[in-house]
Design a protein around this ligand. Structure first.
Ligand code: G2I
Length: 439
């Protein structure tokens, strides 16, 4: 396990203050940390401090449960329909569209001042019977018509659409998932994205999947290559959704932040779209904290949604994976999530790693900048520094630093726990992120 503390470059409200402070302190010959942040008392308020949203999936059938709606209204400002915008719900018979329950959710969200994520336009699963039985160009046309009709119905009301959901296989193949949609031709995904863009030009268009959280997994790499290819060829795509359904078999990976920052470096937003983490107590709380901190460390990780309100609302209720218990009480996981959103937790060393590193931006020139790193919690440490974009190492002091781009590794050289690096920007002015472990 690793712990990350970095300044968040997207903390819009503090950016001007931070730059002014930096200027003053740089003149005085010191460095400034940029981790200070006002506290929010709800998830949505705390996330908004850094310009992010915090959302949840909502089920239309629970909108008359006042415990449920009270929590949802108080804590969340981004709403995803858990099932009501899926293909079987919105087009139960071909060319007969039913928006009743989807509209109920959009109406509840908008009347309470919330934004809406659309889920999902094209998926191998939850297809109505008529679509399951189709193939070839008839299916391709039916799919494109579905995308066009539904995106047009909700035009202007959707923050982001999960245009295509779960199109890759699990396991080591990195291949597309076999499905009736895939058998219409490998270009079905880009065709769906183009149709969605035409129907609702202002919605962000996301590719959404699960088991794409671990950077070393073939499925993650396959989605990364799809997005890279789309960006290179001008296929419209704005975001990647990491569903992030975690449990003992699929834990929060140690390289989760690398996955997020790597997708972001392709020029897309990253949204954590369906977060739930099975477990209880401090272990679960710690995992939620790690997810939030990984997102906060990457400026283009723009929001987090959990997949339900209370444990009893979850698609896997027996795993108690959410932030509120069945009675609507805040769990330890809620508190750690809120604290992490409010600025990175306690500042104490992570018991799992034994050390913490703080990243501070220091002197700046047109082509390069200095970064100060301060380790606490241990005198032996290894710090992994993730540079952004094409940044390269020019210089370092008070530590032994290996690598020149991508991931740099720093270890003590006898100068203590405070060290620094100079990075050439090479077109990217974002701060690096860093994690600390005791070897
Ligand atoms: O499976 C978890 C999620 C994985 N990513 C895509 C999401 O769309 C998916 O959500 C789940 C919903 O949480 C479940 O609520 O998707 C399932 C399948 O669409 C949903 O389950 C369905 C049941 O299969 C139906 O039998 C049931 O009628 O929920 C429906 C409404 O309760």
């Amino acid at each position: 396990m690793t712990r990350t503390l970095t300044p968040s470059p997207s903390r819009r409200g503090l950016r001007a203050i931070s730059l002014a402070t930096l200027t003053a302190v740089v003149l005085a010959g010191g460095v400034a940390a940029t981790t200070a942040q006002a506290a929010g008392s709800t998830l949505q308020a705390a996330a908004a401090e850094s310009g992010r949203y915090f959302g949840t999936a909502i089920a239309a059938g629970r909108l008359n449960d006042s415990v449920y709606t009270t929590i949802a209204n108080r804590e969340f400002n981004m709403i995803t329909a858990e099932n009501e915008m899926k293909i079987d719900a919105t087009e139960p018979n071909q060319n007969q569209f039913n928006y009743t329950n989807g509209d109920r959710i959009v109406s509840w969200a908008r009347s309470n001042g919330k934004q809406v994520r659309g889920h999902t336009l094209a998926w191998h699963s939850q297809q109505p019977g008529w679509m399951q039985n189709m193939s070839g160009s008839a299916l391709r046309n039916a799919m494109l018509n579905h995308v066009t009709q539904v995106a047009t119905h909700y035009r202007g009301q959707i923050h982001s659409w999960d245009v295509v959901n779960e199109a890759f296989q699990d396991g080591s193949s990195g291949a597309r998932r076999d499905s009736n949609l895939q058998r219409t031709g490998n270009d079905w995904i880009e065709a769906a994205f183009r149709a969605a863009r035409a129907a609702d030009p202002n919605a962000k268009l996301c590719y959404n999947d699960y088991n794409t959280d671990d950077w070393s997994h073939a499925k993650t790499q396959a989605v990364y290559n799809l997005v890279r290819d789309f960006k290179a060829r001008g296929v419209p795509i704005d975001c990647v959704g990491l569903q992030s359904h975690f449990n003992a078999q699929s834990p929060v990976p140690s390289n989760y932040q690398t996955t997020i920052s790597s997708f972001a470096a392709l020029g897309v937003d990253v949204q954590i779209t369906e977060l739930d983490i099975e477990g209880s107590g401090t272990a679960q709380a710690d995992n939620y904290r790690r997810v939030v901190q990984a997102c906060l460390a990457v400026s283009r990780c723009t929001g987090i949604s959990v997949w339900g309100v209370r444990d009893t609302d979850s698609w896997r209720a027996s795993g108690t994976p959410l932030l509120f218990d069945g009675s609507g009480n805040k769990k330890a996981a809620y508190t750690s999530t809120l604290n992490a959103l409010n600025g990175g937790g306690t500042g104490n060393p992570d018991p799992g790693t034994g050390c913490t590193v703080t990243v501070s931006r220091a002197n700046e020139w047109s082509d390069r900048f200095n970064v100060s790193l301060a380790v606490s919690g241990s005198s032996t440490w290894r710090v992994s520094i993730q540079t952004q974009g094409g940044q390269t190492l020019q210089n370092s002091w008070n530590a032994t630093v290996s690598g020149t781009s991508g991931t740099l590794t720093a270890t003590p050289n006898g100068s203590g726990n405070n060290f620094g690096i100079t990075l050439y920007k090479n077109g990217n002015n974002n701060n690096p992120t860093a994690t600390c472990t005791v070897p």
